[in-house]
Design a protein around this ligand. Structure first.
Ligand SMILES: [Fe+2]
Ligand SMILES: [Fe+2]
Length: 301
């Protein structure tokens, strides 16, 4: 192995909200989870964390700064991106840029960077309103009930970002590339659903995104979160690694080992199993994913 990074998703930090999704979502246990994760990552020693959104759960500047402090407490460099809990209001992106100024390679909410022979591209989809228009902020009615009910919420990558993305990919044609975006382009597969399954939704123009990405053979994988479910699905031969949320069962993260010719993706539990146990609804443990959702090898050739 040459090096490794980890993907952490949907930590929903700096929130006092404890609710229910497919399992209990226990935001108040996150300070303890982060302490455990800090200790676990100090042994693993990843080069960095890819933090695929829903970093701060509440829409205030203070929450964003507190979420930043908790991410900093992990003691590992990280690349943050926004999710539907981070980028809701007119000021949200400004708070994000302020909080994560020292972490971002450029003062932008979508960006790319290189690390030891891999290229990473981070995207920032916008809200799709009831009238199908794309806006950086949420409709008020959707924003008000974000913690409990996600019905009516839709997101899509705006046209300008497609242009930026394809320009970036054209300029990095010979470097194996990873795409990171909070909302999954490919929805949760039926095989992981059960009666009463709560579906967070997916990227509205995700099929178009995967089709465009397939024109660039250097694109090797898409990493995302948002669904609070571990699943791996493929489109045009490109694997989408979707990783569950830390405050919800199974409270796991991904370790990605980087080799010359491949990536090996492993799903890691916290060393303290009590966090996952507290959240767990036993009849719904399928959200941890099947074996094919938990252990993947991705060719870089
Ligand atoms: Fe989330
Ligand atoms: Fe989300």
């Amino acid at each position: 192995m040459k090096w490794r990074f980890v993907q952490v998703s949907d930590p929903h930090l700096a929130s006092s909200y404890d609710g229910e999704w497919n399992h209990k979502v226990i935001c108040t246990m996150m300070p303890g989870v982060m302490e455990c994760l800090r200790s676990d990552l100090s042994e693993l020693a990843p080069d960095f964390i890819l933090a695929t959104g829903d970093i701060a759960s509440q829409q205030t500047r203070a929450a964003m700064l507190k979420a930043r402090d908790l991410m900093d407490s992990l003691g590992v460099p990280y690349y943050p991106m926004g999710g539907n809990h981070d980028f809701v209001l007119e000021d949200s992106r400004a708070w994000f840029l302020e909080a994560f100024a020292s972490r971002l390679p450029a003062p932008r909410t979508f960006y790319s960077f290189d690390h030891k022979g891999l290229h990473f591209v981070v995207l920032d989809p916008w809200w799709m309103w009831t009238d199908d228009s794309l806006n950086p902020v949420s409709e008020a009615a959707v924003a008000e009930k974000l913690d409990k009910d996600i019905s009516g919420a839709r997101w899509a990558l705006p046209p300008d970002q497609f242009v930026w993305l394809e320009n970036d990919l054209k300029h990095h044609a010979s470097t194996p590339t990873i795409i990171a975006v909070h909302y999954p382009p490919i929805p949760v597969p039926v095989r992981l659903k059960f009666p009463g399954f709560k579906d967070s939704g997916y990227l509205n123009n995700g099929a178009l995104l995967m089709e465009r990405l397939s024109a660039y053979p250097q694109v090797k994988a898409v990493f995302c979160g948002h669904a609070h479910v571990n699943y791996v699905e493929y489109s045009h031969g490109i694997p989408q690694i979707t990783t569950g949320a830390l405050p919800e069962y199974p409270s796991e993260y991904r370790e990605i080992q980087v080799f010359e010719d491949r990536l090996e993706v492993y799903t890691r539990s916290l060393s303290n199993p009590e966090f996952a146990e507290r959240s767990k609804v036993p009849s719904r443990v399928v959200t941890r994913g099947e074996e094919s959702d938990r252990r993947v090898t991705i060719s870089l050739l």
